[in-house]
Design a protein around this ligand. Structure first.
Ligand code: PRP
Ligand code: URA
Length: 207
């Protein structure tokens, strides 16, 4: 199911991000802020357990998150999305998955995966600013499921309708969170209007 995180502060940040004149340091800061602004929505239905809670005056009851959280940035651009999540969820573990889109076939090629040994009792949030064809997201969900994760959600900044549709078809139960659904993909698999190449803009590797 798709959730669009509709918030005026996110919309303004995104507008500034789209500008090709936005330099890498500013781009990184804005992606980080959008990620933080998305956290409450992405985690809103996490299960909690009741725990005893001492105050200076008496004992009451409080809550704690029932499960640990694992954040999984898809390398490389997902790293830009990670810090904003860690700012609000510092207790999360971080797993990494390395995927590179073959720019000719647009297939996601996997080159790295490192995660905590036990995933089946954790809330797993896959992070990638861009959901374009959906190939990278589908590969990430498949690899993490294969490794034992069974509570997975996917968070991105900009999604193409084509990618949302492919991901929903592959995993009908998956919760997908995005700040914006853009118009379509171009013939090279880039999102329109989009942001351009998010990894290059985050890390200053533009031509
Ligand atoms: C980009 C982006 C996603 C992927 C989306 O990464 O960060 O991971 O493309 O495209 P898809 O939905 O069509 O798979 P890229 O492969 O360019 O690698 P990078 O992050 O290292 O730049
Ligand atoms: N990857 C990006 O970084 N941008 C796009 O528009 C599509 C894939």
């Amino acid at each position: 199911m798709l959730h669009t995180v509709d918030h005026p502060m996110i919309a303004e940040e995104l507008t500034r991000l789209r500008d090709p004149a936005c330099p890498s340091p500013e781009f990184r800061q804005r992606v980080r802020r959008i990620a933080s602004l998305m956290v409450p929505t992405v985690t809103a239905n996490f299960e909690t357990s009741v725990v005893p809670c001492n105050t200076p005056l008496e004992i009451t009851s409080g809550v704690k998150l029932t499960r640990g959280i694992i954040l999984v940035p898809i390398l490389r651009a997902g790293l830009g999305f990670l810090d904003g999540f860690l700012d609000l969820i510092p207790q999360a573990s971080v797993a990494h998955i390395g995927l590179a889109r073959n720019e000719t076939t647009l297939e996601a090629e996997s080159y790295y995966l490192k995660h905590p040994p036990v995933l089946d009792d954790k809330e797993v949030i896959i992070l990638d600013p861009m959901l374009a064809t959906g190939g990278s997201a589908i590969e990430a969900v498949s690899r993490l499921r294969g490794a034992g994760a069974n509570r997975i959600r996917f968070a991105c900044l900009v999604a193409a309708p084509e990618g949302v549709s492919s991901l929903e078809t592959a995993f009908p139960e998956l919760a997908i969170y995005t700040a914006c659904v853009d118009r379509c993909l171009n013939s090279s698999g880039y999102i329109l209007p989009g942001l351009g190449d998010a990894g290059d803009r985050l890390f200053g590797t533009c031509a």
